[in-house]
Design a protein around this ligand. Structure first.
Ligand SMILES: *[C@@H]1O[C@H](CO)[C@@H](O)[C@H](O)[C@H]1NC(C)=O
Ligand SMILES: *[C@@H]1O[C@H](CO)[C@@H](O)[C@H](O)[C@H]1NC(C)=O
Ligand SMILES: *[C@@H]1O[C@H](CO)[C@@H](O)[C@H](O)[C@H]1NC(C)=O
Ligand SMILES: *[C@@H]1O[C@H](CO)[C@@H](O)[C@H](O)[C@H]1NC(C)=O
Ligand SMILES: *[C@@H]1O[C@H](CO)[C@@H](O)[C@H](O)[C@H]1NC(C)=O
Ligand SMILES: *[C@@H]1O[C@H](CO)[C@@H](O)[C@H](O)[C@H]1NC(C)=O
Ligand SMILES: *[C@@H]1O[C@H](CO)[C@@H](O)[C@H](O)[C@H]1NC(C)=O
Length: 360
């Protein structure tokens, strides 16, 4: 049994080499063993792996099916959703490593260390993928990566996207704590959000020459799956491996929210004309219902009028120009329940604000 399976494994390896293709489905099952591969917090691999080829576990492309029968663990669904998000984020950094090199960033005017830092962040994100996959119990499927498209060609666009990815992930990690059952899961989510905050602070200092600080508190947005939903635009349609869990669960499939170019500076007090960028998923506004633009920042939310004919509103003048704002269209002031949200969220980055206003 053992020798025939290792024989099969070497045949599979040969094919993988010939095709430059992903490993066979069976090979991913070894990921159920928490002792396989570099161990986060023991190995420095998830900081120091310097290769350009995908680090572990990014060198596996098939889901890990349940190795035991029984009910799912209490936070399996949360970690399946989070792993789905993490695979997109890890691949965003692997894409950066594949697409650019040290001189590409230097020629664009960024520090010589930029490429190395992107490699390190890529390694941290691979570590997150390993941690989240391990947090899923053996009675549930561990999702694999899909293929992703980022539509980015320039270093500046890439670094701007990095800043958005990091601060948005801080927000959905915070929101996921509200779904967690186990206290140990909540603590793990905080610890990972802290790592994303370090990545964000690096970019603010080294890339944008700004203060690394974003005010006394980052943004809490309670409907984390709505942020996860917005990341589906990066998934190449039909590219997820068979057997992957749907991502995310549950999904409201809300209309995507954006804004008309040049309609706003996005600074507090600026007028804003929203837009619904997906022609296949447009909102319908009931004539007898009043709709609102609800903005979240720090621990607050502020509700502004929303004109359902012109899509116009205003960025709350009360907010400080720091960190992250999230905006949704809702049919109730304050969007107090998840079902009151009708479109969005829109991620608005205030540091540097040029990221959103099309200057970069
Ligand atoms: C899950 O399965 C793997 C591989 O069979 C095993 O190494 C691991 O100990 C199992 N985990 C738990 C918590 O039982
Ligand atoms: C990775 O590469 C960078 C820059 O090329 C170097 O400073 C660093 O020491 C390398 N790390 C390892 C672990 O080799
Ligand atoms: C993936 O990388 C890990 C760590 O280097 C290694 O142990 C494993 O054999 C690799 N697997 C594949 C399929 O490349
Ligand atoms: C970086 O990439 C550019 C083009 O993408 C290439 O011309 C250049 O030789 C590369 N530099 C290094 C150091 O690999
Ligand atoms: C909108 O912004 C573009 C640059 O992104 C600029 O060329 C154009 O003139 C602006 N249009 C208006 C109406 O301000
Ligand atoms: C709006 O309310 C009016 C008066 O109550 C009613 O006649 C009309 O059918 C309602 N329209 C919709 C779309 O519900
Ligand atoms: C927004 O703020 C209001 C007033 O403080 C609160 O009642 C409401 O629950 C908040 N909305 C969310 C989604 O937290």
């Amino acid at each position: 049994m053992r020798s025939s399976s290792s024989c099969l494994a070497s045949v599979a390896l040969l094919f993988a080499e010939i095709l430059h293709a992903a490993p066979t489905p069976q090979s991913s099952e070894i990921l159920a063993n928490p002792d396989f591969g570099p161990i986060p917090a023991e190995s420095s691999y998830y900081s120091n792996y310097n290769g350009t080829s995908p680090p572990f576990p990014g060198n596996y492309t098939q889901p890990v099916f349940p190795t035991e029968s029984g009910p799912p663990g209490p936070d399996d669904l949360l970690f399946q959703n989070l792993a789905g998000a993490e695979w997109a984020i890890y691949n965003f950094y692997q894409f950066g490593v594949d697409t650019f090199n040290e001189s590409a960033f230097v020629e664009a005017g960024y520090p010589a260390s930029t490429y190395q830092r992107i490699i390190e962040i890529r390694d941290n994100e691979a570590g997150h993928a390993r941690i989240f996959e391990e947090a899923i119990s053996n009675t549930s499927t561990r999702p694999a990566q899909c293929k992703y498209q980022f539509g980015i060609t320039s270093p500046v666009a890439y670094l701007a996207a990095h800043t958005v990815v990091e601060i948005a992930s801080m927000a959905f990690l915070t929101g996921l704590i509200l779904q967690a059952t186990l206290d140990s899961s909540k603590a793990a989510l905080v610890a990972v959000a802290e790592t994303e905050a370090r990545h964000e602070a690096w970019g603010l200092i080294e890339i944008w020459n700004q203060s690394p600080f974003g005010g006394p508190v980052d943004t809490v947005f309670p409907y984390a799956n709505q942020i996860l939903d917005t990341t589906k635009v990066f998934v190449v349609p039909n590219s997820c491996p068979a057997g992957n869990p749907t991502y995310p669960i549950p999904s409201q499939n809300l209309p995507a929210l954006s804004y008309a170019e040049n309609s706003t500076t996005l600074l507090p007090g600026s007028p804003i004309t929203f837009a619904f960028s997906n022609p296949a998923n447009q909102p319908t506004f009931d004539a007898n219902t009043t709709y609102y633009a609800v903005f979240f920042h720090g621990l607050l939310n502020i509700t502004e009028p929303f004109n359902t004919k012109t899509y116009s509103s205003i960025v709350p003048p009360e907010f400080e120009a720091k960190g992250l704002f999230l905006a949704v269209i809702a049919d109730t002031p304050g969007a107090p329940t998840i079902d009151t949200v009708k479109a969005g969220p829109l991620v608005i980055v205030e540091q540097p604000v040029e990221i959103n206003s099309g200057i970069l």
